[in-house]
Design a protein around this ligand. Sequence first.
Ligand SMILES: Cc1cc2nc3c(=O)[nH]c(=O)nc-3n(C[C@H](O)[C@H](O)[C@H](O)COP(=O)(O)OP(=O)(O)OC[C@H]3O[C@@H](n4cnc5c(N)ncnc54)[C@H](O)[C@@H]3O)c2cc1C
Length: 466
Amino acid sequence: MTATMARTKISPAAIELLQSKLRGELVQPGESGYEEARKVYNALHDRFPAVIVQPADTADVVAAVSFARDQGLDLSIKSGAHNVAGFGTNDGGVIIDMSGMNSVSVDPANRVAQIGGGATWGDVDHATHVFGLATPGGILSTTGVAGLTLGGGFGYLTRRYGLCCDNVISAEVVTANGQIVTTSETENADLFWALRGGGGNFGVVTRFEFKLHPVSMVYGGPIFFPAEASARVLRLFRDFIATAPIEFSGFLGYHEAPPAPFVPEALHGHKACAIVVCYTGPMEDAEAAIRPIREAGPVALDLCGPIPYPALNSMFDALLPHGLNHYWKADFVRELSDEAIDIQARFGPEVPNFLSLMHLYPLDGAVQQVDKNATAFTYRDVEFTHIIAGIDMDAANMSARTAWVRDYWAALHPHSAGGAYINFLMDEGQDRIKTTYLENYPRLVETKRHWDPENLFHMNQNIRPD
Ligand SMILES: Cc1cc2nc3c(=O)[nH]c(=O)nc-3n(C[C@H](O)[C@H](O)[C@H](O)COP(=O)(O)OP(=O)(O)OC[C@H]3O[C@@H](n4cnc5c(N)ncnc54)[C@H](O)[C@@H]3O)c2cc1C
């Protein structure tokens, strides 16, 4: 489809009526701002929606949802736009671009934040850090709170304070019939259960209420080892995590050392295995707590030390900007076996360029303290989740990047728990979605039937109501 084709689908009168209900912007093909507004983070998805609504408030969201429903159009919701499967955009339909609804207000006495449905983790860090508070977000500050949290969400504070969705106290949601509902453990509890892991299937979240925790300065950053040492480093990381203090969060990754200012030139282009640390315990205990990591192998570069949490949370933003091409595969890992480590050590050092990566995130600690049926996010009995991402500036290189990802993943998959984190999936079909929710899937279908029986919200890892 092209912008011209996208424009012809809807009557001008219907657009005019929608426009009259909005305080925010309505952008159509050919208008200034359209080219920017139609884009999502993953450049592989080059689509041409007919109408983009940039709501100023919840009433605007109601108008946009009702318009898409009444016109029978595909409806995409985007907040941080990071969804790599491309659900944040479409051809000929409607996008609700929530990014303008990004205000964050903090109640420091009660350690609670009200977070707009279009905020990024950078918006949250900015508002909470002045009070010496934070909540678990992702590992970049540019990712959206909504998409990440609705899929479960994990990052630097997860082993200590749980998944992002575990920190949601309540949410305001615009449902498929245009109702505005509040949902919490005590109000519309079925919807609250489903929102915590079930993705964007149930409505548009216009506001979250989040718990905050006393996190300000942390001891963190990456420690790089030569890729040749990676089997040893991986074994050490696995064993370290099994008994690591709850104050330790972080992850292990394979990378090619980027041409970044913080990397000495002599290391640019070298393959490395890195452990990125975030220690939130007392600063005076940090060095002793992470000593086993520093002793895991010959350290090539050590950038770990005291750092404000928002600085750690945004340290890698510039390395992964919007507009690159992404192909991802992922799995949950119940136990990291020696065989799986050997496979990692075979494929990881072949990471093809400085953008592509493998990351291994621990999912133990506070994540496992919540019952696996207490929220829609099911895989709480695994130790890790990995993601293999082929990333390139040039779409012409993507078949080679994709081949590396597929071969790597296929070798590891037999050692996995079966399902994959919903937010790391591409568009991989219904079976993969069911394998990810396991016994929670029927309850998700039931909840979908109640809140969205016509499947208006289907541009997502879809829970089908039928
Ligand atoms: C560079 C990068 C780093 C990442 N790091 C992490 C990480 O550290 N931890 C982690 O858990 N995940 C991580 N992810 C995965 C991330 O969780 C998903 O990409 C997620 O979909 C991003 O959310 P978003 O709001 O930015 O994306 P969007 O594309 O805006 O939204 C994704 C989906 O969420 C739904 N949605 C979005 N906003 C709303 C809303 N307001 N109401 C209802 N539904 C909505 C829609 O279905 C939409 O298709 C990362 C992704 C990228 C690209």
